[in-house]
Design a protein around this ligand. Structure first.
Ligand code: SF4
Length: 457
Protein backbone atom coordinates (compact mmCIF):
# COMPACT_ATOMS: atom_id res chain seq x y z
CA UNK A 1 0.00 0.00 0.00
CA UNK A 2 1.10 3.51 -0.77
CA UNK A 3 1.87 4.94 2.68
CA UNK A 4 0.55 8.47 2.83
CA UNK A 5 1.17 9.06 6.56
CA UNK A 6 4.22 11.24 5.88
CA UNK A 7 2.40 13.37 3.27
CA UNK A 8 -0.58 13.87 5.63
CA UNK A 9 1.77 14.90 8.44
CA UNK A 10 3.60 17.34 6.18
CA UNK A 11 0.33 18.94 5.01
CA UNK A 12 -0.83 19.35 8.62
CA UNK A 13 2.54 20.93 9.47
CA UNK A 14 2.43 23.21 6.44
CA UNK A 15 -1.13 24.46 6.99
CA UNK A 16 -0.97 24.43 10.80
CA UNK A 17 -4.08 25.78 12.55
CA UNK A 18 -5.26 27.67 9.47
CA UNK A 19 -8.91 26.88 8.72
CA UNK A 20 -9.21 24.98 5.44
CA UNK A 21 -12.44 24.14 3.70
CA UNK A 22 -13.03 21.51 1.04
CA UNK A 23 -15.93 21.20 -1.39
CA UNK A 24 -16.29 17.60 -2.63
CA UNK A 25 -18.95 16.86 -5.22
CA UNK A 26 -19.63 13.32 -6.46
CA UNK A 27 -21.49 12.52 -9.65
CA UNK A 28 -22.98 9.25 -10.89
CA UNK A 29 -23.51 5.90 -9.20
CA UNK A 30 -23.39 4.87 -5.56
CA UNK A 31 -19.91 3.39 -5.97
CA UNK A 32 -18.66 6.80 -6.99
CA UNK A 33 -20.48 8.44 -4.08
CA UNK A 34 -18.76 5.91 -1.81
CA UNK A 35 -15.38 6.90 -3.32
CA UNK A 36 -16.30 10.53 -2.55
CA UNK A 37 -16.78 9.53 1.12
CA UNK A 38 -13.29 7.97 1.11
CA UNK A 39 -11.85 11.17 -0.35
CA UNK A 40 -13.55 13.14 2.43
CA UNK A 41 -12.12 10.70 5.01
CA UNK A 42 -8.59 11.45 3.78
CA UNK A 43 -9.21 15.20 3.68
CA UNK A 44 -10.53 15.15 7.24
CA UNK A 45 -7.19 13.64 8.33
CA UNK A 46 -5.49 16.63 6.70
CA UNK A 47 -7.55 19.02 8.79
CA UNK A 48 -10.14 19.98 6.16
CA UNK A 49 -13.72 20.74 7.09
CA UNK A 50 -16.43 20.52 4.45
CA UNK A 51 -18.54 23.15 2.77
CA UNK A 52 -21.47 22.96 0.35
CA UNK A 53 -20.44 26.28 -1.20
CA UNK A 54 -17.59 26.14 -3.70
CA UNK A 55 -17.09 29.90 -3.35
CA UNK A 56 -15.76 29.54 0.18
CA UNK A 57 -13.62 26.45 -0.52
CA UNK A 58 -9.80 26.29 -0.42
CA UNK A 59 -9.93 22.93 -2.18
CA UNK A 60 -12.47 21.67 -4.72
CA UNK A 61 -12.66 18.01 -5.73
CA UNK A 62 -15.04 16.97 -8.51
CA UNK A 63 -15.50 13.20 -8.35
CA UNK A 64 -16.73 12.50 -11.86
CA UNK A 65 -18.78 9.90 -13.75
CA UNK A 66 -17.99 8.63 -17.26
CA UNK A 67 -21.08 6.55 -17.99
CA UNK A 68 -22.57 9.15 -20.34
CA UNK A 69 -20.76 11.56 -22.56
CA UNK A 70 -23.28 14.22 -21.59
CA UNK A 71 -22.15 13.80 -17.94
CA UNK A 72 -18.55 14.39 -19.04
CA UNK A 73 -19.54 17.50 -21.01
CA UNK A 74 -21.32 18.79 -17.91
CA UNK A 75 -18.18 18.35 -15.78
CA UNK A 76 -16.06 20.14 -18.38
CA UNK A 77 -18.61 22.98 -18.23
CA UNK A 78 -18.29 23.15 -14.44
CA UNK A 79 -14.48 23.01 -14.59
CA UNK A 80 -14.53 25.80 -17.19
CA UNK A 81 -16.62 28.00 -14.91
CA UNK A 82 -14.17 27.43 -12.04
CA UNK A 83 -11.53 29.42 -13.87
CA UNK A 84 -13.21 32.53 -12.43
CA UNK A 85 -13.05 31.15 -8.88
CA UNK A 86 -9.34 30.54 -9.29
CA UNK A 87 -8.77 34.08 -10.56
CA UNK A 88 -10.56 35.45 -7.49
CA UNK A 89 -8.63 33.14 -5.16
CA UNK A 90 -5.28 32.05 -6.67
CA UNK A 91 -4.53 29.77 -3.70
CA UNK A 92 -7.59 27.63 -4.54
CA UNK A 93 -6.66 24.04 -5.46
CA UNK A 94 -8.89 22.20 -7.92
CA UNK A 95 -8.82 18.43 -8.30
CA UNK A 96 -10.66 16.09 -10.67
CA UNK A 97 -11.20 12.49 -9.57
CA UNK A 98 -13.45 9.60 -10.58
CA UNK A 99 -14.19 7.58 -13.70
CA UNK A 100 -13.56 10.36 -16.23
CA UNK A 101 -9.94 10.66 -15.19
CA UNK A 102 -9.33 6.94 -15.56
CA UNK A 103 -9.29 7.56 -19.32
CA UNK A 104 -5.78 8.79 -20.17
CA UNK A 105 -6.99 10.97 -23.08
CA UNK A 106 -9.28 12.84 -20.65
CA UNK A 107 -6.43 13.37 -18.16
CA UNK A 108 -4.37 14.71 -21.06
CA UNK A 109 -7.21 17.00 -22.21
CA UNK A 110 -7.50 18.42 -18.68
CA UNK A 111 -3.72 18.98 -18.49
CA UNK A 112 -3.63 20.78 -21.84
CA UNK A 113 -6.86 22.75 -21.86
CA UNK A 114 -7.81 23.42 -18.23
CA UNK A 115 -4.83 25.11 -16.51
CA UNK A 116 -7.04 25.88 -13.49
CA UNK A 117 -6.92 22.15 -12.56
CA UNK A 118 -4.08 21.22 -10.20
CA UNK A 119 -4.74 17.55 -9.44
CA UNK A 120 -6.01 14.57 -11.42
CA UNK A 121 -6.74 11.41 -9.50
CA UNK A 122 -7.79 8.04 -11.00
CA UNK A 123 -10.45 5.78 -9.42
CA UNK A 124 -7.84 3.33 -8.14
CA UNK A 125 -5.44 5.95 -6.84
CA UNK A 126 -7.50 7.70 -4.13
CA UNK A 127 -4.80 6.99 -1.59
CA UNK A 128 -2.39 9.13 -3.65
CA UNK A 129 -4.45 12.26 -2.83
CA UNK A 130 -2.25 13.49 0.09
CA UNK A 131 0.91 13.20 -2.03
CA UNK A 132 -0.67 15.07 -4.97
CA UNK A 133 -2.18 17.69 -2.70
CA UNK A 134 1.19 18.26 -1.06
CA UNK A 135 2.79 18.79 -4.50
CA UNK A 136 0.04 21.29 -5.37
CA UNK A 137 0.51 23.12 -2.05
CA UNK A 138 4.21 23.36 -2.90
CA UNK A 139 3.23 25.06 -6.16
CA UNK A 140 3.32 22.20 -8.69
CA UNK A 141 1.34 23.22 -11.77
CA UNK A 142 -0.21 19.79 -12.41
CA UNK A 143 -0.04 16.56 -10.37
CA UNK A 144 -1.70 13.39 -11.62
CA UNK A 145 -1.99 9.73 -10.69
CA UNK A 146 -4.23 7.57 -12.83
CA UNK A 147 -2.43 4.30 -12.12
CA UNK A 148 -4.43 1.15 -11.62
CA UNK A 149 -3.12 -0.04 -8.28
CA UNK A 150 -5.84 -0.45 -5.70
CA UNK A 151 -4.17 0.81 -2.61
CA UNK A 152 -6.95 2.18 -0.50
CA UNK A 153 -6.31 1.24 3.10
CA UNK A 154 -8.98 -0.98 4.66
CA UNK A 155 -8.43 0.85 7.94
CA UNK A 156 -9.10 4.30 6.48
CA UNK A 157 -12.05 6.24 7.84
CA UNK A 158 -14.77 7.50 5.51
CA UNK A 159 -16.78 10.64 6.08
CA UNK A 160 -20.27 9.28 5.44
CA UNK A 161 -23.04 11.48 4.09
CA UNK A 162 -25.74 9.74 6.16
CA UNK A 163 -25.77 8.83 9.85
CA UNK A 164 -28.01 5.78 9.35
CA UNK A 165 -27.49 4.50 5.77
CA UNK A 166 -24.07 3.24 4.70
CA UNK A 167 -22.75 2.02 1.38
CA UNK A 168 -20.15 -0.72 1.59
CA UNK A 169 -18.34 -1.62 -1.65
CA UNK A 170 -17.58 -5.34 -1.65
CA UNK A 171 -15.79 -5.40 -4.98
CA UNK A 172 -14.50 -3.11 -7.69
CA UNK A 173 -14.41 -3.29 -11.48
CA UNK A 174 -16.31 -5.43 -13.94
CA UNK A 175 -15.51 -8.35 -16.30
CA UNK A 176 -18.69 -8.27 -18.34
CA UNK A 177 -18.12 -5.82 -21.19
CA UNK A 178 -21.76 -5.08 -22.00
CA UNK A 179 -21.42 -3.41 -25.39
CA UNK A 180 -22.95 -0.08 -24.27
CA UNK A 181 -20.93 0.31 -21.07
CA UNK A 182 -17.63 2.08 -20.37
CA UNK A 183 -17.24 0.81 -16.80
CA UNK A 184 -14.84 -2.14 -17.48
CA UNK A 185 -12.56 0.29 -19.32
CA UNK A 186 -12.47 2.87 -16.53
CA UNK A 187 -12.75 0.70 -13.40
CA UNK A 188 -10.73 -2.31 -14.58
CA UNK A 189 -11.36 -6.01 -13.91
CA UNK A 190 -13.20 -7.44 -10.90
CA UNK A 191 -11.37 -7.26 -7.55
CA UNK A 192 -13.18 -8.49 -4.44
CA UNK A 193 -12.46 -7.22 -0.97
CA UNK A 194 -11.63 -9.86 1.63
CA UNK A 195 -14.75 -11.10 3.43
CA UNK A 196 -13.21 -10.51 6.91
CA UNK A 197 -12.71 -6.80 6.08
CA UNK A 198 -16.29 -6.42 4.84
CA UNK A 199 -17.75 -8.25 7.85
CA UNK A 200 -15.67 -6.13 10.23
CA UNK A 201 -16.74 -2.91 8.49
CA UNK A 202 -20.43 -3.86 8.66
CA UNK A 203 -20.10 -4.88 12.32
CA UNK A 204 -18.59 -1.48 13.15
CA UNK A 205 -21.28 0.37 11.20
CA UNK A 206 -24.06 -1.50 13.02
CA UNK A 207 -22.39 -0.80 16.38
CA UNK A 208 -22.32 2.88 15.41
CA UNK A 209 -26.07 2.88 14.80
CA UNK A 210 -26.29 2.39 11.03
CA UNK A 211 -29.63 0.83 10.06
CA UNK A 212 -29.24 0.20 6.34
CA UNK A 213 -26.17 -1.43 4.80
CA UNK A 214 -26.01 -1.25 1.00
CA UNK A 215 -23.46 -3.69 -0.44
CA UNK A 216 -22.11 -2.39 -3.71
CA UNK A 217 -20.45 -3.91 -6.75
CA UNK A 218 -20.94 -3.76 -10.52
CA UNK A 219 -21.98 -7.39 -10.28
CA UNK A 220 -22.17 -8.59 -6.67
CA UNK A 221 -23.05 -12.10 -7.88
CA UNK A 222 -19.46 -12.70 -8.94
CA UNK A 223 -18.14 -11.61 -5.55
CA UNK A 224 -15.24 -13.77 -4.34
CA UNK A 225 -14.54 -15.53 -7.64
CA UNK A 226 -11.19 -13.76 -7.97
CA UNK A 227 -10.08 -14.65 -4.42
CA UNK A 228 -8.29 -17.83 -3.45
CA UNK A 229 -10.79 -19.83 -1.34
CA UNK A 230 -13.08 -16.77 -1.47
CA UNK A 231 -16.61 -16.83 -0.11
CA UNK A 232 -19.47 -16.70 -2.61
CA UNK A 233 -21.89 -13.77 -2.42
CA UNK A 234 -24.69 -15.86 -0.82
CA UNK A 235 -22.19 -17.07 1.82
CA UNK A 236 -21.17 -13.47 2.49
CA UNK A 237 -24.84 -12.49 2.90
CA UNK A 238 -25.34 -15.28 5.45
CA UNK A 239 -22.28 -14.14 7.42
CA UNK A 240 -23.52 -10.53 7.47
CA UNK A 241 -27.02 -11.67 8.42
CA UNK A 242 -25.60 -13.28 11.55
CA UNK A 243 -24.21 -9.96 12.87
CA UNK A 244 -26.22 -8.92 15.91
CA UNK A 245 -28.30 -5.75 15.69
CA UNK A 246 -31.38 -4.20 14.15
CA UNK A 247 -30.47 -3.41 10.54
CA UNK A 248 -31.32 -4.25 6.95
CA UNK A 249 -28.97 -5.48 4.20
CA UNK A 250 -29.48 -4.39 0.59
CA UNK A 251 -27.25 -4.91 -2.41
CA UNK A 252 -26.77 -3.87 -6.01
CA UNK A 253 -26.21 -4.68 -8.83
CA UNK A 254 -27.07 -8.29 -9.44
CA UNK A 255 -26.32 -9.46 -12.99
CA UNK A 256 -29.05 -11.89 -14.18
CA UNK A 257 -26.47 -14.18 -15.81
CA UNK A 258 -25.11 -15.03 -12.33
CA UNK A 259 -28.31 -14.81 -10.26
CA UNK A 260 -28.50 -18.33 -8.82
CA UNK A 261 -31.20 -20.25 -6.94
CA UNK A 262 -28.77 -20.23 -4.02
CA UNK A 263 -28.85 -16.41 -4.03
CA UNK A 264 -32.65 -16.34 -4.06
CA UNK A 265 -32.92 -18.97 -1.31
CA UNK A 266 -30.48 -16.89 0.74
CA UNK A 267 -32.63 -13.77 0.34
CA UNK A 268 -35.67 -15.67 1.59
CA UNK A 269 -33.84 -17.37 4.44
CA UNK A 270 -31.85 -14.45 5.86
CA UNK A 271 -33.88 -12.31 8.23
CA UNK A 272 -31.94 -9.08 7.66
CA UNK A 273 -31.61 -9.30 3.88
CA UNK A 274 -34.24 -7.09 2.21
CA UNK A 275 -37.09 -8.88 0.45
CA UNK A 276 -36.42 -7.13 -2.83
CA UNK A 277 -34.24 -7.87 -5.83
CA UNK A 278 -33.00 -5.37 -8.38
CA UNK A 279 -32.45 -7.52 -11.47
CA UNK A 280 -31.38 -5.30 -14.39
CA UNK A 281 -32.80 -6.84 -17.57
CA UNK A 282 -32.01 -3.93 -19.97
CA UNK A 283 -34.32 -5.23 -22.76
CA UNK A 284 -37.21 -7.67 -23.23
CA UNK A 285 -35.77 -8.97 -26.50
CA UNK A 286 -33.23 -11.82 -26.55
CA UNK A 287 -31.81 -10.47 -29.83
CA UNK A 288 -31.12 -7.07 -28.27
CA UNK A 289 -29.64 -8.78 -25.20
CA UNK A 290 -27.29 -10.65 -27.54
CA UNK A 291 -26.23 -7.38 -29.18
CA UNK A 292 -25.71 -5.95 -25.69
CA UNK A 293 -23.47 -8.95 -24.79
CA UNK A 294 -25.51 -9.63 -21.67
CA UNK A 295 -24.94 -13.44 -21.64
CA UNK A 296 -28.56 -14.39 -20.89
CA UNK A 297 -31.77 -14.51 -22.87
CA UNK A 298 -35.31 -13.72 -21.84
CA UNK A 299 -36.06 -17.38 -21.20
CA UNK A 300 -33.28 -17.61 -18.64
CA UNK A 301 -34.30 -14.28 -17.09
CA UNK A 302 -37.94 -15.38 -16.76
CA UNK A 303 -36.72 -18.66 -15.25
CA UNK A 304 -35.21 -16.66 -12.35
CA UNK A 305 -38.37 -14.57 -12.01
CA UNK A 306 -40.54 -17.72 -12.00
CA UNK A 307 -38.40 -19.25 -9.26
CA UNK A 308 -38.75 -16.09 -7.15
CA UNK A 309 -42.53 -15.95 -7.65
CA UNK A 310 -42.85 -19.68 -6.89
CA UNK A 311 -41.50 -18.83 -3.42
CA UNK A 312 -43.49 -15.58 -3.05
CA UNK A 313 -45.86 -14.38 -5.80
CA UNK A 314 -45.83 -10.88 -4.30
CA UNK A 315 -42.06 -10.49 -4.11
CA UNK A 316 -40.76 -7.05 -5.08
CA UNK A 317 -38.65 -6.78 -8.25
CA UNK A 318 -37.14 -3.71 -9.89
CA UNK A 319 -35.05 -3.40 -13.03
CA UNK A 320 -33.02 -1.21 -15.40
CA UNK A 321 -34.09 -0.76 -19.02
CA UNK A 322 -32.43 0.84 -22.02
CA UNK A 323 -34.77 2.23 -24.67
CA UNK A 324 -33.62 2.65 -28.29
CA UNK A 325 -30.49 0.49 -28.29
CA UNK A 326 -28.93 0.64 -31.83
CA UNK A 327 -31.42 -0.58 -34.42
CA UNK A 328 -33.97 -1.73 -31.80
CA UNK A 329 -36.98 -2.71 -33.97
CA UNK A 330 -40.64 -2.07 -33.11
CA UNK A 331 -41.03 -5.77 -32.26
CA UNK A 332 -37.97 -5.71 -30.02
CA UNK A 333 -39.29 -2.64 -28.19
CA UNK A 334 -42.72 -4.27 -27.87
CA UNK A 335 -41.04 -7.30 -26.27
CA UNK A 336 -39.78 -4.95 -23.53
CA UNK A 337 -43.32 -3.63 -22.91
CA UNK A 338 -44.60 -7.22 -22.76
CA UNK A 339 -41.89 -8.11 -20.24
CA UNK A 340 -42.87 -5.21 -17.95
CA UNK A 341 -46.50 -6.41 -17.95
CA UNK A 342 -45.48 -10.01 -17.40
CA UNK A 343 -42.99 -9.47 -14.56
CA UNK A 344 -44.96 -6.62 -12.91
CA UNK A 345 -41.98 -4.64 -11.64
CA UNK A 346 -42.52 -2.34 -8.69
CA UNK A 347 -40.21 0.17 -10.30
CA UNK A 348 -38.01 0.55 -13.36
CA UNK A 349 -34.98 2.75 -13.93
CA UNK A 350 -35.10 3.52 -17.64
CA UNK A 351 -32.63 5.30 -19.87
CA UNK A 352 -32.71 6.38 -23.49
CA UNK A 353 -29.68 4.82 -25.16
CA UNK A 354 -26.97 7.35 -25.84
CA UNK A 355 -23.79 6.61 -27.69
CA UNK A 356 -20.72 6.26 -25.48
CA UNK A 357 -17.45 6.45 -27.40
CA UNK A 358 -14.94 3.80 -26.44
CA UNK A 359 -17.65 1.09 -26.31
CA UNK A 360 -18.58 -1.55 -28.92
CA UNK A 361 -22.15 -0.26 -29.28
CA UNK A 362 -20.83 3.15 -30.34
CA UNK A 363 -19.61 1.49 -33.56
CA UNK A 364 -22.99 -0.17 -34.29
CA UNK A 365 -25.36 1.18 -36.91
CA UNK A 366 -28.11 3.16 -35.18
CA UNK A 367 -31.09 3.94 -37.42
CA UNK A 368 -33.50 5.12 -34.72
CA UNK A 369 -34.21 8.83 -34.57
CA UNK A 370 -34.18 10.78 -31.31
CA UNK A 371 -37.94 11.46 -31.73
CA UNK A 372 -38.62 7.74 -31.99
CA UNK A 373 -36.51 7.03 -28.91
CA UNK A 374 -38.37 9.74 -26.99
CA UNK A 375 -41.75 8.36 -28.08
CA UNK A 376 -40.74 4.84 -26.98
CA UNK A 377 -39.61 6.15 -23.61
CA UNK A 378 -42.97 7.88 -23.03
CA UNK A 379 -44.80 4.68 -23.93
CA UNK A 380 -42.58 2.62 -21.64
CA UNK A 381 -43.16 4.95 -18.68
CA UNK A 382 -46.89 4.99 -19.26
CA UNK A 383 -47.00 1.15 -19.25
CA UNK A 384 -44.90 1.05 -16.07
CA UNK A 385 -47.16 3.62 -14.36
CA UNK A 386 -50.20 1.43 -15.09
CA UNK A 387 -48.39 -1.67 -13.82
CA UNK A 388 -47.15 -0.10 -10.60
CA UNK A 389 -50.40 1.67 -9.66
CA UNK A 390 -52.19 -1.68 -9.95
CA UNK A 391 -49.40 -3.77 -8.41
CA UNK A 392 -48.88 -1.46 -5.40
CA UNK A 393 -52.47 -2.17 -4.32
CA UNK A 394 -51.28 -5.54 -2.98
CA UNK A 395 -49.79 -3.68 -0.02
CA UNK A 396 -53.08 -2.06 1.10
CA UNK A 397 -54.13 -3.49 4.46
CA UNK A 398 -50.63 -4.81 5.18
CA UNK A 399 -48.07 -3.54 7.68
CA UNK A 400 -44.72 -2.54 6.22
CA UNK A 401 -41.51 -2.07 8.15
CA UNK A 402 -40.09 1.24 6.99
CA UNK A 403 -36.80 3.01 7.61
CA UNK A 404 -37.87 6.68 7.95
CA UNK A 405 -35.61 8.60 5.62
CA UNK A 406 -36.66 12.20 5.15
CA UNK A 407 -39.45 14.74 5.50
CA UNK A 408 -41.98 14.55 2.67
CA UNK A 409 -41.41 17.17 -0.03
CA UNK A 410 -45.10 16.99 -0.95
CA UNK A 411 -46.98 17.04 2.36
CA UNK A 412 -46.20 19.00 5.49
CA UNK A 413 -45.99 16.92 8.67
CA UNK A 414 -45.33 13.76 6.69
CA UNK A 415 -42.23 11.59 6.33
CA UNK A 416 -41.05 9.27 3.60
CA UNK A 417 -39.00 6.12 3.89
CA UNK A 418 -38.25 2.85 2.12
CA UNK A 419 -39.94 -0.36 3.14
CA UNK A 420 -38.10 -3.65 3.40
CA UNK A 421 -39.40 -4.29 -0.17
CA UNK A 422 -37.77 -1.04 -1.40
CA UNK A 423 -41.13 0.69 -1.85
CA UNK A 424 -41.42 4.41 -1.02
CA UNK A 425 -43.83 4.85 1.90
CA UNK A 426 -45.36 8.17 2.94
CA UNK A 427 -46.80 8.57 6.44
CA UNK A 428 -47.58 11.21 9.05
CA UNK A 429 -44.74 11.58 11.52
CA UNK A 430 -42.28 13.75 13.34
CA UNK A 431 -38.77 14.36 11.96
CA UNK A 432 -37.34 12.86 15.19
CA UNK A 433 -38.24 9.47 13.66
CA UNK A 434 -35.79 9.92 10.78
CA UNK A 435 -33.22 7.13 10.91
CA UNK A 436 -35.52 4.74 12.79
CA UNK A 437 -37.58 1.72 11.75
CA UNK A 438 -41.35 2.18 12.06
CA UNK A 439 -44.27 -0.12 11.28
CA UNK A 440 -46.72 1.50 8.88
CA UNK A 441 -50.23 0.22 8.10
CA UNK A 442 -50.79 0.80 4.40
CA UNK A 443 -54.07 2.48 3.48
CA UNK A 444 -53.45 3.84 -0.01
CA UNK A 445 -51.43 3.14 -3.17
CA UNK A 446 -50.20 5.62 -5.76
CA UNK A 447 -48.11 4.79 -8.85
CA UNK A 448 -44.85 5.95 -7.22
CA UNK A 449 -45.41 5.10 -3.54
CA UNK A 450 -47.80 3.76 -0.93
CA UNK A 451 -49.18 5.70 2.03
CA UNK A 452 -50.29 4.76 5.52
CA UNK A 453 -50.31 5.37 9.25
CA UNK A 454 -47.78 4.46 11.90
CA UNK A 455 -49.06 1.41 13.79
CA UNK A 456 -49.77 2.16 17.42
CA UNK A 457 -48.61 -0.10 20.26
S1 SF4 B 1 -22.28 -5.56 -15.91
FE1 SF4 B 1 -22.35 -4.56 -17.90
S2 SF4 B 1 -23.52 -2.66 -17.46
FE2 SF4 B 1 -22.80 -3.41 -15.49
S3 SF4 B 1 -20.83 -2.36 -15.15
FE3 SF4 B 1 -20.36 -4.33 -16.10
S4 SF4 B 1 -20.24 -3.88 -18.29
FE4 SF4 B 1 -21.30 -2.16 -17.32
Amino acid sequence: MNDNTAAIKEINGLLGDKERKAYVRSFGCQLNVSDGEKIKGLLQKMGYIFTEDEHEADLIILNTCAVRESAEDRVFGIVGSMKKLKELKPSLIIGIAGCMTAQSHIAEKIRKSYPQVDIVLGTSAINALPKLLLEALHGARFSADISEYDDFSEAAEQVRDSRFKASVPIMFGCNNFCTYCIVPYVRGRERSRHAEDIIEEVRRLVQNGYKEIMLLGQNVNSYGKDLENGMSFPQLLRELDSIEGDFIIRFMSSHPKDASKELIDTIFECEKVAKHLHLPVQSGSSDVLFRMNRHYDIEKYLGIVDYIYSRDPEFSLTTDLIVGFPDESDEEFKATLDLIKKVRYDNIYSFIYSKRSGTKAAEMHDGISDEEKGQRMRELLSVQREVSSEHYKRFIGKTMRVLADDVSKKKQGYLTGKSNEFIIVEFEGDSSLIGQFVDVEITDAMNWAVAGKIKKG
